[in-house]
Design a protein around this ligand. Structure first.
Ligand code: BGC
Length: 407
């Protein structure tokens, strides 16, 4: 006879999916769409033997027109919360001008989400900016902080009453490092001084946005999402490994958070990576027993350690992104269950985790990797825009419906 173990989640736990505007909406003109077409980018892709047209976001999933369908899919999975973004370039295509038609569009998006009863997590900035901002030197320019805050003020005035959780900036250190150190994101720079300037402007942007939202809604829940990876020493008795873990933790995980100490109400983290640290280059050597389609190691126990580290902030925690590129849906169901079991363990031990958002609802435009990686619970046919559930949808739907896992 087999015995079932049941793992209940706290009452009112948020079950959701995460998306971002640029990755799903389609038809957007901003700094990223320009970067995709730039000579620098195209030459680089050709050099790598890749076809540049696979790296053009274009119509994406056409969620701009199909958002009702997408919310329905999310609702059918029994999720009670949803995270989506507003595209700054749409609502403010020109400096100082608001596009009323686009504001109305987003108003309808919010209404539709509320019609389904979702708690709404709104991302205000998920790495993309209007072109007029880019032409003024983007986030390197301190003025951009002012522009961003004017945008935030407008969004709060227009849509504040719909929003349950605010994300001012998505994983700010990713565009800092990819855009200004590695050169793989726009503007394709490799300059430490610029990276530092951009980071500091993003800190100002978050802190200012936090104040604005709280002036309008004193009880608002505001945060950034942070990509918090799990670093562990390959040998826990080797003091160089241990020292390097500290360095990685400091720069990759903690640095931005330390700078916004009084300006977040909850911890929203994204967990994708485990890094086993060794004392010799390239300093990360994972065992990679199981990997996803991008070669990223699948390491569920890492999420438990991450939650433990984040508990020191003594604030509510939400898993704002967790997912994998898995076209054949080979691992997604077990990935979800295994990560949730570790989240449950952390909750049992006292961690205040309030929700889990799977990345992502749909296959979508995966930034520097283009369209090849398939992160969706739903598969998207980019020609017909048809959405088809992958098998793991059944598993996630049952968990969301029952607020528990049975193993
Ligand atoms: C980002 C998403 C991205 C996902 C998978 C997260 O860091 O917020 O935009 O698609 O990772 O790479």
């Amino acid at each position: 006879m087999s015995v079932k173990n049941i793992y209940e989640f706290p009452e009112g736990f948020l079950w959701g999916t995460s998306t971002s505007a640029y990755q799903i909406e389609g038809g957007i003109s901003n700094d990223w769409s320009e970067w995709e077409k730039s000579e620098k980018r195209i030459n680089e892709l050709k050099k790598q033997g890749k076809n540049p047209s696979d790296f053009i976001s274009g119509q994406a999933c056409d969620s701009y027109h199909l958002y009702k369908k997408d919310f329905e899919l999310a609702k059918n999975m029994n999720t009670n919360a949803i995270r989506f973004g507003i595209e700054w370039a749409r609502v403010q295509p020109k400096k100082g001008e608001w596009d009323e038609k686009e504001l109305e569009h987003y108003r309808n998006v919010f209404r539709e989400a509320k019609r389904h009863g979702f708690d709404i997590v709104l991302t205000l900035w998920h790495w993309t900016s209007p072109l007029w901002v880019t032409y003024e030197n983007g986030w390197e320019n301190k003025e951009t902080v002012k522009y961003y805050l004017a945008y935030v003020e407008k969004m709060v005035n227009e849509f504040g009453h719909f929003v349950d959780y605010w994300i001012t900036l998505n994983e700010p250190m990713v565009p800092v490092s990819n855009g200004y150190l590695k050169g793989t994101f726009p503007p394709g720079e490799k300059c430490m001084f610029k990276a530092r300037r951009v980071m500091n402007n993003l800190v100002r942007a978050n802190n200012g946005a936090y104040e604005i939202i709280h002036q309008h809604y004193p009880d608002a829940m505001v945060s950034i999402t942070v990509l918090w990876s799990y670093y562990e020493p390959a040998n826990k008795f080797n003091f160089i490994d241990l020292f390097l873990v500290k360095i990685f933790n400091f720069f990759a995980n903690q640095l931005f958070f330390n700078k916004i100490k009084k300006h977040f109400d909850f911890v929203a983290f994204d967990y994708y990576f485990h890094n086993r640290v060794v004392a010799y280059p390239p300093f990360i050597k994972n065992l990679n027993r199981k990997t996803n389609d991008l070669g990223w190691e699948i390491f569920p126990e890492g999420i438990y350690s991450v939650i433990k580290s984040l508990s020191i902030f003594k604030k509510p925690i939400i898993v704002m992104e967790n997912g994998l590129a898995d076209k054949q849906d080979k691992y997604r169901a077990s990935f979800i269950v295994d990560h949730l079991l570790y989240i449950h363990k952390a909750i049992e031990e006292g961690a205040d985790v309030r929700g889990y958002f799977h990345w992502s609802l749909l296959d979508n435009f995966e930034w520097a990797h283009g369209y090849a990686p398939k992160f969706g619970l739903y598969e998207v046919d980019y020609k017909t825009m048809e959405r088809k559930p992958r098998k793991s949808v059944e598993v996630y739907s049952a968990i969301c419906r029952d607020n528990r896992i049975e193993v």
